[in-house]
Ligand binder design. Structure first.
Ligand SMILES: Nc1ncnc2c1ncn2[C@@H]1O[C@H](COP(=O)(O)OP(=O)(O)OP(=O)(O)O)[C@@H](O)[C@H]1O
Ligand SMILES: [Mg+2]
Length: 368
């Protein structure tokens, strides 16, 4: 899949920009705070209907302005497609594919697959389990819409159960109804998470070795109480009711699952260096890319935001080597250092690329 053209008005610090992209490499070069990540965020927005910076829509409108809009032209499975977003302060946002407004935004997720590698991925290693659940949920949701509906259904039922617990409502029938609904979705969620973690492992290890070129063994294991228990989920919930009432929230279920990340059998969070952790997260994202490519039959857009930071020159060279292989489709890459970008394009003499210099939300193409 390709993003051929993007028109942005009032998105963060980008006032009005029209860009046509290369089908291969698109490089954005500029100093800190100039708008490189903002451009990637705009592209991300058109795939996920939200910003990767988790800002509410009011926060993505350029300060001092009342509205923001974006329009992306894509080549998807050989067909030209258009995705458009518009938001006016105080109003509902509009999101359209081919000029037709979506009734539910979740219908759009996964249609324009995208993988983002960003500095905040370090949270995958250092953050709480919710970051890793979001990683696996986003990945599966993009390739399986049934998963996304189960996730939404599970979360709604979970909120209802938590409300019963907080309001101290002791009606067993109400609990049974809500817990049955949680159980129906939990089974699908845990099964998918288990299968997909196993499928990610091979590509993840391969990419880790390709970047690090050491003998270190990285590990990735899905941990879920439901997998490890012989009881049904509804039994676990019933058993936990008294404790949950005291605590005011649900203590068992897929919302507590985790992905255990290890290096040489030890927790990455507590033992790995910054460069090792960064290598780990990039390898995870590249494994995600391969999985999504296989699952959707489309090469996702690959957004590489500031990926070289914290890596030594050998690892940088290895990443350049990996990214230059043609398993990846269209790439958008940002950096403050021209040498990194130059080395990427110089290793691919036959590859089409475009380079922009970014300054205060403006993009000026540097012609070669
Ligand atoms: N709603 C907004 N209105 C105007 N400016 C905004 C808005 N949101 C963010 N910005 C500005 O965008 C800039 C950050 O841009 P961005 O994150 O794209 O920088 P960058 O080029 O990626 O820098 P770095 O190399 O440090 O990652 C900041 O100066 C910030 O003030
Ligand atoms: Mg940035």
């Amino acid at each position: 899949m390709q993003l051929t053209h993007l028109h942005i008005v009032n998105f963060k610090n980008i006032a009005d920009t029209d860009l046509s992209f290369s089908p291969n490499i698109n490089a954005l070069l500029g100093d800190n705070g100039m708008g490189k990540s903002n451009l990637l965020d705009a592209i991300y927005y058109l795939s996920f209907c939200k910003s990767f910076s988790s800002l509410p829509d009011s926060g993505i409108v350029k300060s001092g302005e009342m509205f923001a809009m974006m329009q992306g032209d894509y080549l998807r499975k050989g067909v030209e497609e258009q995705v458009a977003f518009g938001y006016t302060s105080g109003k509902r946002k509009s999101f359209k594919r081919g000029g037709k407004e979506y009734t539910r935004l979740s219908q759009h997720i996964g249609l324009f697959p995208l993988v983002l590698v960003s500095p905040s991925d370090m949270d995958l290693v250092g953050g709480g389990s919710e970051v890793r659940r979001r990683f696996i949920d986003m990945l599966i949701s993009q390739t399986d819409s049934t998963y996304l509906s189960h996730l939404i259904r599970y979360n709604n039922a979970l909120q209802q159960r938590n409300k019963l617990l907080r309001d101290h409502i002791y009606d067993a029938n109400l609990y049974i109804a809500v817990e049955m609904s949680m159980e129906m979705s939990a089974e699908y969620i845990t099964k998918s998470r288990r299968e997909i973690s196993t499928r990610l492992l091979e590509a993840f290890k391969r990419h880790y070795h390709d970047i690090a070129r050491t003998d270190e063994t990285p590990g990735l294991e899905y941990r879920s109480l439901l997998n490890e228990s012989t009881c049904r989920y509804s039994e676990l919930l019933e058993e936990a009711r008294r404790k949950d009432e005291i605590l005011g929230h649900t203590t068992v279920g897929p919302h507590r699952d985790d992905l255990e990340l290890t290096l040489e059998g030890m927790s990455v969070k507590s033992t790995a260096s910054q460069g090792q952790s960064k290598t780990f997260t990039i390898a995870l994202r590249l494994a995600q890319y391969e999985f999504m490519h296989e699952a959707t039959g489309m090469k996702p857009l690959l957004l590489l935001d500031d990926i070289f930071d914290k890596l030594d020159s050998n690892r940088v060279a290895n990443i350049v080597d990996i990214v230059s292989r043609d398993i990846f489709g269209q790439i958008f890459i940002t950096d403050t250092n021209r040498e990194h970008l130059a080395s990427i394009v110089s290793t691919m003499p036959n590859v089409d690329y475009r380079l922009w210099s970014v300054s205060a939300g403006r993009f000026e193409e540097i012609k070669q």
